[in-house]
Design a protein around this ligand. Structure first.
Ligand code: ATP
Ligand code: MG
Length: 439
C-alpha cells in the first residue's frame, strides 16, 4: 500500500529532543534578562483581526503586502491573520485592558510569529520572537535602557560578533520633508529602480532605502539623508540617546539608510547585526513608535520596543561556538538485572527523583552491556546499577560515565551524596548568576 508520508508545512520547523534543551535554556535566560529590567510578561493570541496589522504595520510594507497568513473565518466572515509580529497585539492588549491607566508599562513577550516568506536559512514561515515594549515613556532613557538590555544579553551569551546600527527617522513632518527630496532624487534616477521600488516610488519611497537588492546599493547610498531633514525634538532625542549609550560603554554605528520595515516607527530605530549569519544578518530590531497607540484607538502615548529572532540568535550562538554540543543528559541512568532488582531499581529511581535528581530508568530489559550503551547514549552523568549481588547486600553500584573515576558499591544514601558532590552547574549561561552578584 502506498501510504502518504506527512511533512511539516514548508518553512515551519520541529524542535527535536536534541534541540529542545537549548531552546528551553535560551527562553529561561531571556525571561530572567527581561525581569531584571522590570519588564513583565504578556501573552497574546496567535490570531488577531487582520485590520490590526494593516493599520499598524502599514499597507505598503512587505509584511502586509505579501507575508501575512490571512483567512476568512467561515462562521462570521471576519478576516483573521496569524500574527506576523507582536507589537500591534501588545498595543491592542494594553488599550483593551486599560493597562495605561496605571501609568507606563514595561512588557515583554515570546512566541511564534508567521510570515509567508521564501524559506531559507534564518528565514522561516513560522519563527519565534522575543521582544519588549515600553509603553508611556517619551524620553531617550528608555530607548537607551532597551538597547543596553539587549547588549548585555548578547554579552552574557558570549556573542561578540554583533554590531549596533542606529538611526533616527524623525517625526512625521520630517519624513514628509524627506519624502519630497527623496522623491525628486529617485525620479531623476528612475531607470535604476527595480520593480518593487518603482511601484513604491509614490506610495512609500522611504521604504526604497530599505531595499536589499544589491543592484540598488549605490543609488541608496547616495540618496538624500533623513538626518538632514530631522526635526529639533528628534535631533535632541537622538543626541541624548547617543550620550547614554556611550556612558554605558556601547559602541554603535549610525546607519543613515536604516528605516526598518514597518510603518509605525519614528525617531529612534536600531538593529543588531552580525557577519556570521550570511544574508539573514539582523538578530534584533526595534525603535520608537510614538503615534501607534493613538492610531489604534488609545490615548496619545509614546512608546518604544524591539524584537529579536530566536532562530537567528540560536544560529549565532552556534556559529560563535557558544552553543553546547555537549548538553548534559540526566544525572543518573538506572541499570538493573533480575526480576527483584527491577522492582528495587524502579523504587530507587523514584527516591532519587524525589531528592531532586534527573533520573532515567532503563525499561525493557536487556543485557548489562546494552543497558550501558543506552546510558552513554543519553549522556547521563552516572550509571546506577542494581544487580542480584547489589540487591542481596542492599547496596547499589555507582559508575561515573563522563569522568574517569572508579566505580563503587555503596548504600543509596552514599550514592546520593556522591552524585550531589559531583553535580556541576551547567556551563551554558552559567555566568548569569555571577553577573547578578557582582557589586
Ligand atoms: P528581515 O529584514 O530579516 O526580513 P525584518 O525587518 O522583517 O527582518 P522584524 O520585523 O524587525 O524583521 O523582526 C525582528 C527580528 O525577527 C528580525 O531581526 C529577525 O531576527 C527576526 N525575523 C524576522 N523575520 C523572520 C523570519 N521570517 N524568520 C526568522 N526570523 C525572522
Ligand atoms: Mg522581513
Amino acid at each position: 500500500m502506498n501510504m502518504q508520508k506527512f511533512q511539516a508545512v514548508r518553512g515551519m520547523n520541529d524542535v527535536l529532543p536534541e534541540q529542545s534543551a537549548t531552546w528551553a535554556r535560551l527562553e529561561t535566560f531571556l525571561k530572567q534578562g527581561m525581569q531584571q529590567y522590570g519588564y513583565q510578561e504578556i501573552r497574546t493570541p496567535i490570531l488577531e483581526s487582520t485590520d490590526l496589522f494593516v493599520r499598524s504595520i502599514g499597507e505598503v510594507t512587505d509584511i502586509v503586502e505579501k507575508e501575512m497568513y490571512t483567512f476568512v473565518d467561515s462562521l462570521n466572515g471576519e478576516s483573521l491573520t496569524l500574527r506576523p509580529e507582536a507589537t500591534a497585539a501588545c498595543v491592542r492588549l494594553a488599550i483593551q485592558h486599560h493597562l495605561l491607566y496605571n501609568g507606563p508599562q514595561r512588557l515583554w513577550y515570546m512566541g511564534p510569529m508567521f510570515r509567508h516568506e521564501r524559506p531559507q536559512k534564518g528565514r522561516y514561515r513560522q519563527f519565534h520572537q522575543c521582544g519588549a515594549e515600553a509603553l508611556g515613556f517619551s524620553g531617550p532613557d528608555v530607548d537607551a535602557e532597551m538597547i543596553v538590555m539587549t547588549a548585555r544579553l548578547w554579552e552574557r551569551l558570549g556573542l561578540t560578533d554583533v554590531r549596533l546600527e542606529l538611526n533616527s527617522i524623525g517625526d512625521q513632518a520630517a519624513r514628509q520633508r524627506h519624502r519630497q527630496r527623496l522623491l525628486a532624487y529617485l525620479q531623476v534616477h528612475q531607470e535604476q529602480l527595480d520593480d518593487d521600488s518603482r511601484r513604491r516610488l509614490h506610495t512609500n519611497p522611504l521604504r526604497i532605502l530599505d531595499s536589499k537588492n544589491p543592484q540598488m546599493a549605490a543609488l541608496v547610498e547616495d540618496a538624500p539623508r533623513l538626518l538632514d531633514d530631522l526635526d529639533d525634538n528628534s535631533l535632541q532625542h537622538f543626541d541624548a540617546l547617543q550620550t547614554l549609550l556611550k556612558k554605558a560603554g556601547l559602541s554603535f554605528h549610525i546607519n543613515h539608510r536604516l528605516v526598518r520595515g514597518l510603518d509605525y516607527y519614528n525617531a529612534t530605530v536600531f538593529e543588531w547585526t552580525t557577519t556570521l549569519l550570511g544574508a539573514q544578518s539582523t538578530i534584533c530590531g526595534g525603535g520608537r513608535y510614538d503615534t501607534l497607540i493613538e492610531q489604534l484607538g488609545g490615548k496619545p502615548t509614546p512608546a518604544c520596543g524591539f524584537a529579536m529572532g530566536m532562530e537567528r540568535l540560536l544560529a549565532l550562538m552556534e556559529a560563535s561556538q557558544q552553543h553546547t554540543a555537549d548538553l548534559t543528559g540526566p544525572d543518573v541512568y538506572v541499570i538493573h538485572q533480575g526480576e527483584q532488582a527491577a522492582i528495587e531499581a524502579f523504587v530507587q529511581a523514584d527516591v532519587l527523583r524525589q531528592n531532586g535528581l534527573n533520573v532515567v530508568l532503563h525499561c525493557g530489559g536487556g543485557a548489562f552491556k546494552q543497558q550501558f550503551k543506552r546510558a552513554d547514549a543519553c549522556r547521563a552523568a552516572w550509571a546506577l546499577i542494581v544487580g542480584e549481588e547489589e540487591l542481596s547486600q542492599q547496596r547499589v553500584t555507582l559508575k561515573p560515565l563522563r569522568g574517569q573515576g572508579p566505580q563503587s558499591t555503596v548504600t543509596m544514601q552514599q550514592a546520593l551524596a556522591l552524585i550531589r558532590q559531583e553535580q556541576h552547574s551547567p556551563q551554558f549561561f552559567g555566568n548569569l548568576e555571577d553577573t547578578h552578584v557582582r557589586s
